[in-house]
Design a protein around this ligand. Structure first.
Ligand SMILES: N[C@@H](CCC(=O)N[C@@H](CS)C(=O)NCC(=O)O)C(=O)O
Length: 207
């Protein structure tokens, strides 16, 4: 039995998009972070981290969205997480690029300008938003150049890297970051968004 515990922010969405794309049977359990459900004793018994996403598979638990996406990728079609060493490294390369660079900075801006407001956590840190905006601008151009020659991030085929990255880049809408000057990124975003897996994942959340 596979069960994903999560909330509707980018870290859970990465794992949920990959799970939906995989075609594996799974359950989704909503953990309402706004109500502090991740801090319950019951949840702590499953994960010492008390964070989501958390994957449960036949009684084993796994945290960290990247590890979860790779694990699911290993359970499914080789093309979404290839076995060839260089092809797999290219998937990992783009996942790391998003975790450590573009996605990291988009999430910083999202946290400062959207989450803080939503959860009444104070004013955005203007210096951090400015620093993040500088890197997002630079790194979106890098991504745009890469996507000029390819419809997908790695190996010219959909992989877990695309779904993982999509969860970060879709935050551009909430932070009102226009993608019109990076049209290849915008086209890629729309391409991934049109997949049934994305619609199915979104339908898992309460209204
Ligand atoms: N690096 C972790 C980050 C996990 C994380 O920070 N999750 C947030 C939601 S996006 C969370 O559960 N926060 C609840 C808390 O910190 O109490 C991953 O990629 O899974």
């Amino acid at each position: 039995m596979i069960r994903l515990y999560g909330f509707n922010t980018q870290n859970t969405l990465k794992a949920l998009y990959v799970l939906e794309e995989s075609g594996l049977d799974f359950e989704f359990e909503y953990v309402d972070l706004a109500k502090g459900e991740q801090r319950s004793d019951e949840f702590a018994q499953k994960s010492l981290m008390r964070k989501v996403p958390l994957l449960e598979h036949d009684g084993e638990f796994l945290f960290e969205s990247g590890a979860i996406c790779r694990y699911i990728g290993n359970l499914t079609e080789p093309s979404v997480y290839p076995v060839d060493k260089m092809q797999r490294a290219r998937v990992d390369q783009w996942m790391d690029f998003f975790s450590c660079q573009l996605g990291r900075w988009l999430t910083t801006i999202f946290y400062e300008t959207v989450i803080k407001k939503h959860f009444n956590l104070g004013e955005p840190d203007a210096a951090l938003v400015a620093e993040g905006s500088k890197f997002v601008g630079q790194q979106l151009k890098v991504l745009n150049a890469h996507l000029a020659d390819s419809e997908y991030l790695a190996n010219d085929v959909l992989s877990i890297a695309d779904l993982f990255a999509f969860a970060y880049v879709e935050q551009c809408r909430a932070i009102e970051w226009s993608l019109t000057d990076v049209p290849n990124v915008e086209a890629w975003l729309n391409r991934i968004e049109s997949r049934d897996s994305v619609a199915s994942a979104r339908a898992r959340f309460p209204d």
